[in-house]
Design a protein around this ligand. Structure first.
Ligand code: MN
Length: 281
């Protein structure tokens, strides 16, 4: 498989080895356009963020607590009420060195739309596209450049911590291929649809026995879900749940409630089943 792996890494994927970054971090779950809840959560974490002005003169003012960095698990956009404001906040914090992020599957699909690819406007992307249609071209170009630079996972704090949108397997850590990128964005899937017509997912973290702490989102759960050295912090804000942060290295949870149910969660809250032992991979 070495030659295949070489072909994959030759695509110059964004760098994942950020072990020299030690934090402390405030790792934030799937935002999905919930900008008001994001501002409230950041406030609880000691940041001060305000969206000021209207239209082309809209600006974000941000301040971060000394020494701390916000870290987003991805899925900034889709389904929620304020997708462009959510992007604007993340991008402004990143530009000021106050935040870092990995890309989520929704951001990746939005990026393909920004690049002019033919993508289906569904699963909340239609809202993001409508809102970005009212933004200046420069802002769309800046969003594209920002998303293009995001890694599929980040290996942090001297190897003690990983942030990956949908998770990662122990044997993938330190490697960077398109297959691994796909796992980090979508998690463990069978490639088939379930009875509801939704992509079949499996609970990769049930089998994770590694030492490295893995913080991820992607799967809406009613409370942060700890399994071994992993925790899912997507508490489904856009579905009327909460927006959650994990403070690292404190391992302290901070959450704010959703102000509304912005979208319907067809799958229901909770982790998917464990992959059957004899299941095809
Ligand atoms: Mn998500």
């Amino acid at each position: 498989m070495a030659s295949q792996q070489n072909n994959e890494t030759a695509k110059s994927l964004p760098e994942i080895d950020w072990r020299s970054l030690k934090g402390p971090f405030d790792i934030i779950g799937d935002v999905h356009g919930c900008a008001d809840e994001l501002i409230e959560l950041l406030d609880r974490l000691g940041y001060a963020v305000a969206v000021e002005g209207e239209g082309a003169s809209k600006r974000v003012a941000t301040r971060a607590p000394a020494g701390r960095t916000a870290f987003f698990v991805g899925d900034f956009v889709d389904r929620g009420p304020k997708n462009s404001d959510a992007m604007r906040i993340v991008m402004e914090m990143a530009a000021r060195g106050q935040a870092r992020a990995v890309i989520g599957n929704h951001d990746d699909k939005f990026l393909r739309w920004l690049k002019g690819h033919d993508v289906k406007l569904a699963h909340g992307l239609e809202k993001t596209v409508a809102q970005f249609g009212e933004e200046p071209e420069e802002f769309r170009a800046a969003a594209r450049a920002y998303l293009e630079g995001l890694p599929s996972y980040a290996w942090l704090d001297e190897g003690r911590l990983i942030v990956a949108h949908a998770g990662i397997k122990a044997e993938m850590i330190g490697r960077n291929t398109t297959a691994i990128r796909h796992f980090c964005l979508y998690g463990d899937t069978s490639g088939k649809n379930d009875a509801q017509g939704l992509p079949e997912r499996f609970n990769w973290a049930a089998d994770y026995g590694g030492e490295t702490m893995i913080v991820y989102g992607h799967t809406p759960v009613s409370e942060p879900a700890w399994q071994g050295n992993s925790v899912c912090i997507d508490t489904g804000c856009v579905f009327g749940g909460q927006l959650t942060a994990l403070r690292w290295p404190e391992k302290e949870i901070v959450s704010v409630p959703a102000r509304e149910d912005y979208a319907v969660l067809r799958r229901g809250f909770g982790l998917p089943p464990r992959r059957p032992a004899n299941g095809d991979s």
